[in-house]
Write a protein of this length. Sequence first.
Lengths: 206, 258
Amino acid sequence: MNRPGLFDDILQLTSEHFVLVLVSMAIAAAIGIPLGILLTRRAGLQGWVLGLANVLQTVPSLALFGFLIPIPLIGGIGKRTAIVALVLYALLPILRNTLVGILGVDPAVRESAVAMGMTGRQLLWQVELPLAARTILAGVRVATVTTVGTATIAAAIGGGGLGVFIFRGIASVDTTQILAGAVPAAVLALLSDGGLGWIERRFSAA
Amino acid sequence: MPAAGGTATVEFRQVSYRIGGNLVLDNLSFSIEPGETVVLLGRSGSGKTTALKMVNGLLFPTSGEVRVDGCPTREWDLIALRRGIGYVIQEVGLFPHFTIAQNVGLVPRLEDWPTERIAARSKDLLEQVGLEPQQFLERHPRELSGGQRQRVGVARALAADPRLLLFDEPFGALDPVTRLELQDQFLALRNQLQKTSIFVTHDVREALRLGTRIALLDRGRLEVLATPQEFLQSQGPVTRAFLAVLDNGPPMTAHDRP
């Protein structure tokens, strides 16, 4: 091999990339799903919150990373800023699918549940969430695949991950370096798509 | 709060319901005695479903009150009120992610019955509505025909031995033969269980067949409240319009025409 240590670098940056995506997705789901549930109970807020999430999504990702750097507490150079940006990006598909999934429950089923004396909490946990699970998971899957790609930009603000290879390769016009970042990122995206798709199909009971 | 089991009384006191500029119910007053089956009969938009939903607190009057066992629905603990009332609707509304056993056992489970008692109860109920338990308990609603689903809907409504049963055009979406079978089942169950029931329909034949009394609603007003025999004698224009349906014999075929 003409580049000793390249393989080790790939392994290390891939796991860094994976952790970046995992942490961002966990936070995005922890915010997006409860917020989506809340929105099903507050019809007046739906337009505002979805609008805001939509606008966030239209900001070019490289610019969003840049905008965050000067902001105190969440900003600066490094992983924390990268995670904040990735969470903001992942929020919309999770939020929207949670909302759509729950609002899509058959009104006759919901009416029966209420008429049979389910409390609001029982309705949510026993009826709405199980029936919306597939749609919510589909949102998480779409967000994850996108995040694997977007996370390569994190390297531009010192967030690490496979983007390090790509930016280095661009700077030194070295295709091998670019591929060393791009190929594992693509594999990671395919694997997470397949894995989450498999979980999603297991919720096909309804 | 009245105990579970037994049977209930329902009283409408000057109930009106207004939504937007529309008066859906107009000063409705009548009461239902224990063990009666009162059919709310009316055309689409007459307010019969709205009136029904006031009994289990899915809707509340804009003026007046509905009393269940002497207590206005506004003062009831709604969860307790609803768990004591069986509810069957045309769309059935079975939970698609539950098995038939889980669907039928839902209210008992919410009420924390022991597992063996729920299982035994579900089995009995399926037999009562004419479904073979071994064949149906573990299936999902999507594997059943429309008529079978509605039988499960009735079993689910009966599960926790409610004091009162509400039916909102339960057989409206079924083919005529299945509808007749389910009406027979309904009559058999009623004679056996003696529960107070309120039954909404637009089908005058169904009303005459199932009701101990018929309440005819027209544009939110109570037009007639009578036993089926009295109803057949009634001369009001709205009643005559409904009874005219009965006067038409079997339709002529092309062959019969002169």
